[in-house]
Design a protein around this ligand. Structure first.
Ligand code: MN
Length: 216
C-alpha cells in the first residue's frame, strides 16, 4: 500500500515537472503587457484590464517588405510581446521573413518556441539538425504554400533558392521565443570566448577563429 502511494506520488511529481517545462496556461482572458511597470516577474506585468484598448491586441505593417541589404540577405520582422503587448502570457507570436535572391536566414535556435513556417512568395530550402549524438540534417525545398515545422530548441535555417525575392510567415509557440544565432553567439560574444577554446572546439587554427571573431 505504502509502495503504491509512493509510486503514485512519483508519477504525479514527474507530470508536474513536465508541465513546468512550458508556460502555464493563462488564468485570465488576457494580460496585456505593461512595459512601464517596475515590477519584475517571469515575463511582463499585466496592464489594468479597465484601460485595455483594441490596439493592445493589434499590430500593423506585416505587408511591408523588410530591408534585406545585409550580409545574410534576409530580414526578420518580429511581432512578439515587445511589438504587440496583448500577446503577453498567450504563448504565441509571429514573424515575417524577407529574403533577397539566394539570401539566408542563418542557423539559429529559439530557446522557448517551436516554429511553423509557410512560404508566401518564392521557394526556400529549409532544414534543422537533430540533437547529439545523431545530428541528423532534416531538410526540404519548399514552394509557395508549403508549410514546415522547426521543433523547439533545434538549430534551423532557410535559404532562398531563387533569383527573385522570397517571403515567409512563421508562427512561434511563445510570446517571447528568443533567438540565438549560432555564428553570433559563438564568434560574436562580448567579450570574446577565448580563441584557444574555439580553436579546439572547431578543430581549426587559432588564426581562423581570430578571423571569424573580427567578422561578428
Ligand atoms: Mn527560426
Amino acid at each position: 500500500m505504502a509502495m503504491n502511494i509512493l509510486l503514485i506520488s512519483a508519477i504525479a511529481l514527474s507530470f508536474t515537472f513536465l508541465a513546468l517545462a512550458f508556460e502555464p496556461s493563462p488564468l485570465q482572458d488576457f494580460c496585456v503587457a505593461d512595459p512601464t511597470s517596475s515590477a519584475r516577474v517571469n515575463g511582463q506585468v499585466c496592464k489594468n484590464p479597465a484601460s485595455v484598448v483594441a490596439n493592445d491586441f493589434s499590430f500593423s505593417g506585416l505587408h511591408m517588405p523588410g530591408n534585406t541589404s545585409n550580409p545574410n540577405g534576409s530580414r526578420v520582422t518580429a511581432v512578439t510581446v515587445a511589438q504587440l503587448a496583448g500577446l503577453n502570457t498567450l504563448g504565441i507570436s509571429m514573424v515575417r521573413i524577407d529574403y533577397a535572391a539566394w539570401g539566408i536566414n542563418p542557423p539559429h535556435t529559439h530557446p522557448r518556441a517551436t516554429e511553423i513556417l509557410t512560404v508566401i512568395e518564392g521557394s526556400l530550402e529549409v532544414g534543422f539538425v537533430t540533437s547529439n549524438p545523431d545530428n541528423s540534417l532534416i531538410t526540404k525545398t519548399l514552394q509557395k504554400g508549403d508549410v514546415f515545422v522547426f521543433p523547439i530548441g533545434l538549430v534551423h535555417f532557410q535559404r532562398n533558392v531563387g533569383t527573385k525575392n522570397a517571403v515567409a510567415i512563421a508562427a512561434l509557440s511563445s510570446q517571447n521565443p528568443g533567438v540565438i544565432t549560432i555564428a553570433n553567439a559563438v564568434f560574436g560574444s562580448k567579450p570574446d570566448i577565448s580563441s584557444d577554446i574555439l580553436a579546439k572546439a572547431f578543430q581549426v587554427d587559432k588564426t581562423v577563429v581570430d578571423q571569424l571573431q573580427t567578422k561578428f
